[in-house]
Ligand binder design. Structure first.
Ligand SMILES: C=C1C[C@]23C[C@@]1(O)CC[C@H]2[C@@]12CCC[C@@](C)(C(=O)O1)[C@H]2[C@@H]3C(=O)O
Ligand SMILES: O=C(O)CCC(=O)C(=O)O
Ligand SMILES: [Fe+2]
Length: 343
């Protein structure tokens, strides 16, 4: 099978778009990291937020379908992932990001690589840097973990493996419900869901304490490339999603619940019925480090993706494209990628 990491291998980045700042040594926000003010977002007091779906609700599938159509995102509760596991993964992520910069650079994502420590892949599209550092895992994290902690890497690997295993199960359950709500046949559902199995990535995100948070940007607006992304946020606010006709809406962390984002691949499969959601992370008033864990459920790079479940009167809006080609188009065109494969 053609792995996801292989799809990123031929898309090298210049080191200035991979190497994060030495955050510990900076006392004032460098001009390279100053962003124009961000627009006001609707806060939770405005009572406008993405829907929450209880996975044990017999109507969960229908509710998820509505949420994907109206918002491109929802929160999920009663997902069966133990709270302790989030704490363990977060604590290992904290251990990683609190290493001295020189040590973290030993696990730097290589120019043609997909995994390891570094800036977000969307970095080259912006003329300012984000206040962000990330660590990408695809499958085993042992090679990078050994570079970081030559004598003490096993715990990190075990915790990350356990998390990926549990998140894969949850992603499969969610994908079943999502595709069923689109009226896709059981056969097609199994074809998509079983193909996704090994094409996943876990991204640990850190937004360090910032000397001037109101002028910095955590993660610039983007959509994810995945089918779905399952996100766990630490207790610190920052994530906002964009809703057409409304603007930026804050998604506050709620204990134990997970945010699910529709990604570009599901946008294509659903013929734009479930639009991939534009989101960003702002640093506004942030007075402590923020962490998040993003699990991307994708498809193998040789999978050919095209709109499914079209009625006899519907026309496909997107041409068939391999995941590898779509990732390549996105790496060059970012937010224009979907329009470039539109029929
Ligand atoms: C599978 C992946 C999705 C991702 C690129 C990656 O190879 C691993 C990192 C992911 C991430 C996380 C931050 C935002 C994002 C746009 C980026 O720059 O790297 C996503 C990528 C994506 O969804 O395209
Ligand atoms: O940190 C967050 O809340 C969002 C992270 C994100 O959007 C991503 O990793 O793609
Ligand atoms: Fe994202």
């Amino acid at each position: 099978m053609s792995t996801l990491s292989e799809a990123y291998r031929d898309l090298p980045h210049h080191p200035r778009h991979v190497i994060p700042l030495d955050f510990d040594s900076v006392r004032t926000l460098p001009d390279s990291h100053v962003w124009p003010p961000t627009s006001h977002a609707f806060e939770s007091e405005d009572r406008l937020s993405i829907p929450t779906v209880d996975l044990t609700d017999p109507d969960a599938g229908k509710l998820i379908g509505h949420a994907c159509e109206a918002w491109g995102a929802f929160q999920v509760t009663n997902h069966d992932i133990p709270l302790d596991l989030f704490h363990e993964v977060e604590s290992e992520a904290r251990r990683l990001f609190s290493l001295p910069t020189g040590q973290k650079l030993k696990a730097l994502r290589s120019p043609g690589g997909a995994t390891g420590y570094g800036l977000a892949r969307i970095s080259p599209f912006f003329n300012k840097y984000m206040w962000h550092e990330g660590f990408t895992i695809m499958g085993s994290s042992i090679d990078h973990a050994r570079d970081l902690w030559p004598n003490d890497y096993q715990r990190f690997c075990d915790v990350m493996e356990d998390y990926q295993k549990k998140l894969k199960e949850l992603a499969r359950t969610l994908m079943h419900l999502v595709l069923k709500s689109l009226d896709i046949s059981e056969e097609e559902i199994s074809r998509v869901v079983s193909a996704g199995g090994d094409s996943t990535a876990l991204q640990l995100n850190s937004y360090p304490l910032c000397p001037d948070p109101n002028r910095a940007m955590g993660l610039a607006p983007h959509t994810d490339t995945s089918l779905v992304t399952i996100l766990h946020q630490s207790t610190v606010n920052g994530l906002q999603i964009f809703k057409e006709g409304v603007g930026w809406v804050l998604v506050s962390p709620t204990n134990g619940s997970l945010v699910v984002n529709v990604g570009d691949l599901l946008h294509i499969l659903s013929n734009a019925k479930f639009p991939s959601v534009l989101h960003r992370v702002v640093m506004k008033d942030q007075n402590q480090q923020r962490l998040s864990l993003a699990y991307f459920y994708c498809l193998p790079s040789d999978f050919h993706i095209s709109p499914l479940a079209l009625s006899s009167t519907q026309m496909p809006l997107y041409r068939s494209v391999s995941v590898r080609d779509y990732i390549g188009i996105k790496a060059k065109n970012l937010e224009k990628a979907l329009s470039l494969i539109r029929i």
